[in-house]
Ligand binder design. Structure first.
Ligand code: FAD
Length: 343
């Protein structure tokens, strides 16, 4: 029994021990889940096992029942499914209403969601209605002996890692960066329970309607890319990024960059990989003319296969690369692009 702080709801003594389980909010768009959802189920499984508690998932949307099944394949024991036409497109009020209903009814002790645009919006909206804190943009999660969530996140311009403990109240809430945690291998033989949640969305919650989505053609989706061709200061100038783009296009990938290249104004910050950029987990990562500074490496070391191209055989990037090519990138990159195209 913990006494809540004065001024915060609910008042009086609350029996927090009735809160149990780790809930992951599955983010989807048009019936396709964001990979961060499965990554969080992977990490949630670890936390739930440590707490000896169930791993729960919440799937909201329209025609998304298949995602409830998928959540079980990725580790959930129980899935709350709210499927309704009003939830076809993400809108803060109806989604947060369903989320709050599930949290208040089923009382999970920890709630996790992706630190995506949607996840940040939803988590903030929910947190204002709950007597709890929210740690945003976490990169490490754990639980202590009191079953409290320890959420760590970079702080002070990423110069230090702060571990934040929300000392009282349930649920403990955090958003977590995409690409940091590992999803469990999909296991179709896993079994779990699916509980249908009625939407109960009043008309005043549907104040806005999404009429159309226009895809931005210059969108850089590093966090979900399977192939990233990243360049650094070794490229010598902005023009060489066109060469990297050719290789990326040949492989169906996107272009990434080190902070040095971004700071020099050679490429937009949206391409930056690393501690102050995006954390990535692609199948294939090319590090081209990138030395391998620790702030870059923390953002890409989880790639399944890393190929480094650098003229300096002592460059630190070779220590984490699966394949290393020592030589001049201006000779090597076009040769690889040509070979890929010839396949
Ligand atoms: P360099 O370290 O200058 O390396 C260039 C490499 O290119 C060298 O290894 C060189 O041998 C090679 N090269 C040169 N010419 C050729 C050629 N012709 N052929 C082949 N190889 C060649 N960095 C990030 O990337 N992401 C971050 O998010 C990030 N966050 C940071 C946060 C903080 C708080 C701080 C202090 C730093 C951060 N940095 C970050 C910067 C980081 O410390 C490094 O300065 C940066 O990653 C170096 O970029 P680079 O590897 O492109 O450049």
């Amino acid at each position: 029994r913990r006494k809540p702080m004065v001024g915060l709801q609910p008042e009086g003594d609350v029996d927090w021990s009735s809160y149990r389980g780790v809930l992951v909010v599955v983010e989807q768009r048009a019936g396709v889940a964001k990979p961060v959802s499965w990554q969080l189920l992977g990490e949630g499984r670890r936390l739930a096992d440590k707490l000896d508690a169930p791993l729960l998932a919440l799937v909201m949307g329209h025609q998304v029942a298949h995602l409830a099944e998928e959540a079980i394949c990725y580790g959930a024991d129980r899935v709350y499914l709210c499927d309704s036409p009003e939830l076809r497109d993400y809108r803060t009020r109806p989604y947060s209403r369903v989320c709050l209903h599930v949290i208040r009814t089923f009382k999970p002790e920890i709630v996790l969601m992706g630190a995506t645009y949607t996840g940040r919006d939803l988590a903030g909206a929910i947190a204002t209605h709950l007597p709890t804190g929210l740690t945003a943009d976490s990169t490490m999660l754990d639980v202590d002996e009191d079953r409290l969530l320890l959420a760590s996140r970079p702080a002070f311009s990423e110069k230090m890692l702060a571990t934040i403990l929300c000392k009282q109240f349930k649920p403990q809430m955090a958003t977590a960066r995409a690409g940091v945690f590992e999803a469990l291998p999909r296991d179709p033989s896993r079994t779990g329970e699916i509980i249908t949640v009625p939407p109960q969305i009043p008309p005043e919650d549907i104040a806005t309607e999404v009429l159309e989505f226009i895809a931005a053609t210059d969108r850089v989706n590093l966090a979900e890319a399977e192939v990233i061709v990243a360049g650094g200061r070794g490229l010598g100038g902005p023009a060489a990024f066109a060469m990297l783009k050719e290789l990326a296009d040949a492989l169906g990938g996107v272009v990434g960059a080190s902070r040095a290249a971004v700071d020099l104004g050679w490429i937009d910050h949206r391409h930056q990989v690393g501690q102050t950029g995006t954390t990535v987990r692609p199948k294939l990562y090319f590090a081209i003319g990138i030395s391998g500074a620790v702030q870059h490496v923390v953002g890409m070391q989880n790639a399944e296969c890393i190929i480094a191209i650098n003229k300096d055989p002592a460059a630190p990037i070779f220590q984490i690369a699966h394949y290393g090519i020592v030589g001049d990138l201006f000779q090597i990159v076009p040769a690889i692009t040509e070979a890929v195209r010839a396949r």
